[in-house]
Design a binder for this molecule. Structure first.
Ligand SMILES: [Zn+2]
Length: 397
């Protein structure tokens, strides 16, 4: 059985994003949900952001350190030394009721990924970056439209923390520092799971600052190839993986409810299903034997043709219905077995652990996903870490 639980198709964007929303994005109004560290929603003007002075000061500090030539890891170390509050901890402080960032490492101390994230945030020089929202539905099969066009960037829409020149300068410095084996390249969320759907090989990750992407290296040398030869952009693929994980996380309550409810009756259920299946299989074997016996009788002239045909059609019907019942029961048994196994509890514990996360991390991906097979930027297939039995359990009502 193939673990295809997540079909991902990108169709025409214009169908999905309303023209009103687009117009807003073009006007530079902020319609995204998450506001970057250092900014906050304007108290009175809708769809407008303003500076959050304390956090903005930290952002400014990060840019200055970068412009002075420090590596992202060095900046992180310096911030930790200075005991500067992290974006996660700051978010917790300013939003005490939220679960976001709670118990995550992001809250504890700075790392180079966090520094880089700040240095790459174009909204700090006053641009509003239009969010790429997609129409999604909860469930295993999704249809998500991903915008083909680039992010909408409008400059000068709110007070800036840095100038565009400073922004570009800081990014140039960081880019220069980066060697191919840099920390950033090793830290991407789909590390070890991103595969080419054509040849099955691991995809090469290109950690470009502007827009990182994947390429299948084997496609470079082959004349005729099944591999995608275009850049497969990380943001698009990560978003699909993120949505798939969110769908899984959404099952958490149901999963734990089912787990609790059924655990009690578990032993009895298993035994009952096993007995029923065995009984039905006995009947099935008997039917098949009788069917052949009848055929022998008919061939030898002991049985009339009309009678034989009538019996045969009756038996075929019984055989079909028995086989169906056996399959259904086997599925139920598998579900019960999955509940009996530790896997459901393990998955549930992992869901609880990662459900509050704000962004995709490699650790989180590896906890649930075996492979992400990428055909192109629009078709990906996610293979979960789960056993077939557990997958069946997930799909069982
Ligand atoms: Zn390939």
């Amino acid at each position: 059985m193939k673990n295809i639980l997540y079909d991902y198709y990108s169709k025409d964007l214009s169908v999905k994003v309303s023209t009103a929303k687009r117009a807003k994005m073009k006007r530079g109004e902020y319609i995204g949900g998450h506001v970057p560290f250092g900014l906050r929603k304007h108290p009175s003007i809708k769809n407008k952001l303003e500076l959050d002075p304390e956090a903005a000061g930290i952002v400014r500090h990060v840019f200055e350190l970068a412009i002075n030539g420090m590596k992202t890891a060095e900046i992180a170390a310096q911030l930790n030394e200075e005991e500067v509050v992290t974006p996660g901890a700051y978010f917790q402080k300013t939003h005490p009721d939220t679960r976001k960032f709670r118990n995550t490492t992001e809250q504890m101390s700075w790392n180079s990924t966090m520094v880089l994230k700040i240095l790459q945030q174009e909204m700090y020089y006053g641009a509003v970056v239009g969010h790429k929202r997609k129409g999604t539905e909860v469930g295993w099969k999704h249809s998500i439209a991903v915008p083909k066009d680039e992010q909408v960037i409008v400059e000068g829409m709110h007070e800036s923390i840095v100038t565009k020149e400073e922004f570009l300068k800081a990014n140039e410095v960081v880019r220069k520092m980066k060697s191919p084996s840099s920390r950033i390249a090793r830290d991407y969320p789909l590390r070890t799971v991103a595969r080419c759907a054509g040849c099955g090989r691991a995809l090469q990750y290109y950690p470009r600052l502007k827009r990182p992407y994947y390429l299948c290296n084997s496609s470079k040398y082959a004349v005729e190839t099944v591999c995608c030869q275009e850049k497969m952009y990380e943001d698009v693929i990560n978003e699909a993986v993120w949505q798939a994980l969110q769908s899984l996380f959404a099952l958490s309550d149901e999963l734990s409810g089912r787990l609790k409810k059924k655990k009690a009756a578990l032993g009895n259920d298993q035994e009952a299903y096993r007995l029923s299946i065995a009984e039905m299989q006995r009947k099935l074997t008997k039917l098949n034997t009788d069917k052949f016996a009848n055929m022998d009788r008919y061939m030898s002239g002991e049985m009339d043709k009309t009678v034989y045909l009538k019996l045969r059609s009756e038996m075929d019907q019984q055989i079909a219905s028995l086989s169906e019942s056996i399959t259904a029961l086997e599925r139920k048994l598998q579900a019960v077995q999955a509940e009996a196994s530790d896997e459901a509890s393990t998955v549930l514990a992992n869901i609880k652990k990662y459900a509050g996360e704000k962004q995709l991390t490699n650790e989180m991906v590896l906890a649930f996903i075996k492979k992400v097979l990428i055909t192109d930027g629009e078709h990906i297939e996610i293979q979960w870490n789960f056993s077939d039995v557990f997958l069946q359990y997930l799909k069982t009502e």
